[in-house]
Design a binder for this molecule. Structure first.
Ligand SMILES: Cc1ncc(COP(=O)(O)O)c(C=O)c1O
Length: 318
């Protein structure tokens, strides 16, 4: 059966007409506008989240993955950035479900909450600048390939925590990620791996990284300037509980990547993405490794609502 691919303007008008949350109201995307002088647009003074919802065809249900944890992280991040996330976690979850229902998704979707300094003023600071809160939803397929990606070590170092709060998922920090990602894509790779200031492996442009060496699962600790990913926490849990693996959080050197048996990246967007090459060096036998594939399957089964054991991590929409 041939599938009809929607024309570009249909996708755009679908988005324009979709329901979003903006400062306490549910309005059409087209009616939620900001001005050119908006503080966050000029200075990167916002924080955001990315949350996935998975459509389960068999159950005819849409499941939101670890939604309260994302809003809890946003609340803590807001404090770090001298912001206040006014609605409670329960209120944020309720309005997110309402948006997904109104937009009537029967496919995988993504939520993008954004708390940002909204005053149209000139002057760099965080204090005394009023904020706005928006939540947009959109259909979402794969963010990076999940069948084996090729990475390069970026020439851009991951921002250090004493330069800006790397845990805060602040919009301005993503200049660092965008530089690394474009460098990688324009050089013919799929994703960048960034080293920290001290030369240890930190993470991808939007993913945490795991390495398998001699049967052990390794991942950089939070002190290596990573974003403390919710998917990372899920993977650590699954590896320990379901596969009985030892998971070590320790600094990883660049050449350990070359010598590893398996590497994969993970994140809400990326899900679990096996890495088959780093800096043109084959990882393992150049195919997604068995542990990566096992964890990817466990993760996707859980996220899609096919694993009763982890049902408490999912919120049904309908
Ligand atoms: C820089 C960065 N690291 C890691 C992650 C993974 O975090 P999470 O699993 O919470 O989505 C993300 C994605 O949100 C990210 O932007």
């Amino acid at each position: 059966m041939t599938q009809t691919v929607p024309a570009r303007q249909d996708i755009a008008s679908g988005r324009e007409q979709s329901w979003v949350y903006f400062n306490g109201d549910i309005v059409r995307y087209a009616d939620a506008k900001v001005g050119l002088l908006t503080h966050a647009l000029n200075y990167g003074t916002g924080i955001f989240e990315g949350i996935r919802a998975y459509w389960n065809e068999r159950k005819e249900q849409l499941f939101v993955m670890r939604m309260p944890e994302h809003y809890e992280r946003m609340q803590v991040n807001a404090r770090t950035m001298l912001m206040k996330l006014e609605p409670s976690i329960d209120e944020l979850c309720a309005v997110s479900l309402e948006l997904l229902r109104r937009n009537a998704y029967r496919e995988d979707a993504y939520l993008r909450p954004l708390l940002f300094k909204a005053a149209e003023v000139i002057g760099v600071r965080l204090h005394d600048v009023p904020e706005s809160l928006g939540i947009v939803t959109t259909p979402m397929g794969d963010y990076v390939g999940t069948e084996g990606i090729r990475c390069m070590i970026s020439s851009w170092r991951r921002i250090d925590d004493n330069m800006a709060p790397v845990r805060a998922k602040a919009t301005g920090l993503y200049v660092n990620a965008a530089l690394a990602k474009s460098e990688a894509l324009q050089a013919g790779f799929d994703e960048a791996i960034m080293l920290g200031h001290d030369g240890h492996v930190s993470e991808g442009s939007g993913e945490n990284i795991f390495v398998v060496r001699r049967g052990q699962l390794l991942t950089p600790p939070p002190s290596d300037n990573i974003l403390e990913g919710i998917t990372r926490a899920t993977i650590i849990h699954l590896a320990r509980e379901e596969l009985g693996l030892e998971v070590q959080q320790r600094s990883i050197d660049r050449t350990e990547l070359y010598m590893s048996d398996e590497i994969f990246m993970c994140g809400t967007g990326a899900q679990v993405a096996p890495v088959i090459e780093v800096d043109r060096r084959r990882i393992g036998d150049g195919e997604p490794g068995p542990m990566s594939l096992r964890l990817k399957d466990l993760y996707l089964d859980l996220a899609r609502g096919d694993s009763a054991k982890y049902a408490e991590w999912l919120t049904p929409v309908y």
